[in-house]
Design a protein. Structure first.
Length: 775
């Protein structure tokens, strides 16, 4: 039986439906918003997975092009690995769902979400969280939801719930939040220097809609929900934990207090062995349980140290940032480099500049295909934490961290009109002890300024943490790895002195109270300003010029109707220009052309060629031309790529010629001057024989025909009056040719050949001669 719940939210009709699709799944729903339909299903294994020390939750978001009525582009139509957008949306779904599963759960759980139909006015990414939560609510899976999720934009100073693409393009805030009725669990945001107060107001605004979404799901569960399964939870044995704390509590507290990560971890490892030895007799054959309880005891000790004593494991105060070092210009051939070190976290970020056509192609469901002009690749190799493991491609974490650093920097980039380049930032984590994503943001600022990119302002990022113990809590500035692992929140904030450009918040508890959020944002602002001061000590302004190894980009504009001439049939012309100059050419539909070349002369040459192809040719202009064809009446010469002009025989030389190939042959180069451009745009040229001043009145004209008229062979244009085909047989037929030679014996007594018919011209100006039959 199908059940549904419908409600008006923020001016749109939302409908949750279950019982029609995927009835063998633990729970399945479809969410309808206008023409957008999102399917979500959740399933759980019957038994827990043994030997795990974490909850095995998998959230998958997959896109199908049929949702927007398109067949996938490219050679492979079925599709391969998930797109970056799919990976980021999968993470977006995972983060608010995970904290609400029972502590100690070890059953496999999979949440699958897929848009079936996409309406541009109701985007699927944020609504997929809503659908996934509803699928868990009606399922047999133990879960302490529901969760709602909305996107909040700000257009002309007014907050908007779930804005469409058109609104997003003019919004100065893109805030994605998810939470329960009680509190916010997840935040993902980027904005144009938004204040902390405005972020809080936007969260309050969106939370009201989240509450209504939660009520919808509760109503659906009432009419269609399954009974929740009873499962076994795996938690440390309280008796073992109590024994450890009684016998080794002071030792644990001492071992966790060390400013050096490696020494601290070594001391804790030694302590765990000591703990096992000291209580093994009391709990025989419980080695794994003892070690698990020891981990729990260490976490409890860290939490108590911070909340009760206001001391952190490395000796810092709660609001203190680790020592910072910044350096630029490390790699001579790289366009820009920045090395950012904060405590025992170190990230090397490089910048590579490219032409506008080198961006990553993005082909998603939500908007037309486009090229990203700014990319950030984040790499986290095993040596950064002193480990050995296989090197594989980027995982979800790497993709997510790169996307966060990317969003943080985009608001400060110069416009494409002012700086028409593609940016590729690459962050190599050299050493990790927490907050590597925020170190990547700081490294990006250093690399961009080192490269000479005129960013609007430097950007810095800091990660905030939270420790809770009963009613008490402590907000930590610049958390390190141990504090992240043991804490309740990872709250990353990036921005300038003027405001916030990016936020990402995850929690391990069921929401963050508003007062905690407010304190965390203020501490993050203070920490950000401190870090920006350290960056300014290294480099205060972007360098005056780009690296000599960076490409130069020239921007020109042409009439859009003439783009086809630049591209040529099958791309022939643009390929030729690229091959000749080494430049990369990106042509926009509005007629704007970006030309990128490391060799500035090559870029200038490409621009000159393009302007020459579409520019107005004026009488008197000079060019270097190459002979492409020799005909009876003269020679055709290419004076600009794709543009030819005719040099009549009389203009090939100062000397009188009887035929043009006495002066030139195909492939010859010579200096020419334009002497005529007819009404059809055809060009007549003259070879430049000397540097005497050019006078148009000196050009010989045949006034019996119009300017630029029939280019066929008659009168002076032929250099003779023989007519006919000519008899230079060893050279092949010469249409309209006139050869200076004595007639063959058999022709001496022959009747005079009839005069040829007028020459007609093909579209490419190749003469075509028709002869009258002999009588």
């Amino acid at each position: 039986m199908t059940h549904s719940v419908e409600r008006e939210l923020a001016g749109k009709t939302y409908r949750l439906e279950t019982g029609k699709l995927a009835k063998q799944a633990g729970g399945a729903v479809t969410l309808h918003i206008g023409d957008t339909v999102i399917f979500a299903a959740s399933t759980m294994s019957k038994e827990p997975k043994p030997g795990l020390d974490f909850f095995p939750l998998t959230c998958d978001y997959e896109e199908r092009k049929y949702a927007v009525g398109r067949i996938p582009g490219g050679f492979i139509k079925r599709g391969g690995k998930p797109s970056e957008k799919s990976v980021l949306t999968s993470r977006l779904i995972d983060r608010p769902l995970r904290p609400l599963f029972p502590d100690g759960m070890r059953n496999d759980v999979q949440v699958f979400t897929m848009p079936l139909s996409v309406d541009p006015d109701s985007l699927p990414d944020i609504n997929a969280i809503f659908a996934a939560s509803a699928a868990l609510m009606v399922s047999n899976i133990p879960w302490e939801g529901p969760v709602g999720a909305v996107r909040v934009g700000r257009v002309e100073g007014e907050f908007v719930i779930n804005p469409n693409l058109e609104m997003q393009n003019v919004s100065d805030l893109d805030l994605l939040i998810a939470g329960t009725k009680r509190a916010i669990i997840m935040i993902e945001a980027n904005g144009d220097f938004v204040s902390e107060a405005d972020i809080l107001s936007a969260m309050d605004f969106g939370h009201e809609i989240i509450k209504m979404q939660c009520e919808m799901q509760e109503e659906l569960r009432t009419v269609a929900g399954k009974a929740k399964d009873e499962i076994s939870l795996h938690n440390p044995d309280p008796a073992i934990l109590a024994a450890i704390q009684e016998k080794m509590g002071d030792s644990i507290k001492a071992s966790i207090q060390n400013p050096d990560k490696a020494a601290r971890e070594s001391a804790i490892d030694d302590l765990k062995k000591e703990i096992y030895t000291s209580i093994e007799a009391d709990f025989p054959d419980r080695k794994s349980d003892i070690y698990e309880a020891a981990d729990k005891a260490v976490k409890k000790a860290i939490r108590a140290l911070i909340i009760d004593d206001s001391i952190r494991p490395d000796g810092r105060k709660l609001e203190e940032v680790r020592p910072i070092e910044c350096e630029v210009g490390l790699l001579p051939r790289v366009h820009g480099t920045g090395l950012f070190t904060r405590g025992q976290t170190q990230v090397l970020t490089t910048l590579t500049l490219g032409g506008t056509n080198e961006g990553a192609l993005v082909d998603g469901l939500e908007e037309p295909e486009f090229k990203k002009g700014y990319m950030h690749f984040y790499n986290f190799p095993p040596y950064s934490v002193g480990e050995v493991r296989p090197m594989r491609g980027p995982g979800r974490r790497e993709i997510g961290h790169g996307a966060l650093a990317e969003r943080a920097m985009v608001p400060v980039l110069p416009s494409r009109e002012d700086f028409p380049y593609t940016f590729l930032l690459t962050s190599e984590v050299m050493e990790s002890n927490g907050s590597t994503s925020m170190a990547s943001v700081c490294g990006s600022t250093l690399a961009l300024m080192d490269a000479g990119v005129k960013i609007k302002a430097p950007v810095a990022g800091v990660a905030m943490g939270l420790m809770t113990l009963g009613d008490k809590f402590a907000v930590l500035t610049d958390i390190q790895g141990m504090e992240d692992f043991s804490g309740d929140m990872d709250f990353k904030v990036a921005g300038t002195t003027e405001g916030i450009t990016a936020i990402q918040m995850d929690t391990k508890i069921q929401g963050i109270p508003r007062e905690v959020m407010e304190q965390a944002l203020e501490q993050a602002r203070q920490g950000r300003l401190h870090i920006l001061g350290k960056i300014a000590e290294c480099i205060t302004e972007p360098r005056e010029s780009l690296s000599e190894y960076a490409p130069s980009v020239i921007t020109i504009e042409i009439n859009p109707e003439r783009i086809g001439e630049i591209i040529g049939p099958g791309g022939k012309m643009i390929k030729k220009i690229t091959a000749e100059t080494g430049a990369q050419i990106d042509i926009q539909q509005d007629g704007k052309i970006f030309i990128a070349a490391v060799d500035q002369a090559g870029g200038r040459r490409a621009a000159d060629i393009i302007l020459g192809m579409v520019g107005e040719i004026k009488v008197g202009e000079k060019f270097t031309a190459k002979i492409t064809r020799v005909i009876g009446m003269g020679a055709f010469a290419e004076f600009s790529p794709g543009r030819e002009g005719l040099i009549k025989t009389m203009y090939l030389s100062k000397e009188e010629l009887r035929r043009p190939d006495d002066a030139v042959k195909v492939g010859d180069e010579l200096e020419v001057r334009v002497i005529e451009v007819d009404g059809q745009g055809r060009v007549n040229l003259s070879a430049i024989h000397n540097e005497e001043p050019f006078d148009i009145s000196m050009v010989k004209r045949d006034d019996s025909r119009g300017g630029g008229g029939d280019r066929g062979g008659r009168g002076n244009d032929r250099g003779g009056d023989r007519g006919g085909r000519g008899n230079d047989r060893d050279r092949g037929p010469r249409p309209g040719g006139d050869r200076d030679r004595a007639p063959r014996p058999m022709e001496a007594s022959a009747a005079p050949a009839p005069a040829p018919a007028p020459v007609e011209e093909d579209e490419d100006d190749e003469p075509r001669v028709r002869f009258r039959p002999r009588r």
